[in-house]
Design a protein around this ligand. Sequence first.
Ligand code: HEM
Length: 102
Amino acid sequence: MVLKETLRLYPSAVVVNRTATRDVKLGELDIPAGMQLEFPIIDVHRDIDVWGTDADEFNPSRFADNRRYRLGAYFPFSLGPSICVGKNLAMVEAMVELAMIL
Ligand code: HEM
């Protein structure tokens, strides 16, 4: 929970970019091929509509009980086919480091 909350407030990658390879409809949005899309991880991670009015506060218990947030609202390792391949290694390493510090 502490690591998840740390990556929510201080994501190592603050933004991910994608380029549409074909025309695509996303909900009400028409995205033409070639359009550059920018996903501001750090802003989404602090959106009060998702996280509540304490969005800027460090509160690991928001991840208690494996609570899930809206799909796409939490993506420190990105999402989809290009999700970080080191995600699990990074989390295990961080857990070991935290345990050593404690
Ligand atoms: C807290 C630690 C880490 C964070 C927050 C992180 C975050 C990310 C993010 C956001 C991406 C997607 C970038 C994009 O799509 O534009 C990514 C991709 C990637 N990460 Fe990590 N990463 C971490 C640790 C690691 C580690 C430890 C490794 C390797 C041992 C690693 C290897 C990779 C690779 C190879 C990709 C490219 C995957 C692809 O494009 O298919 N990352 N990472």
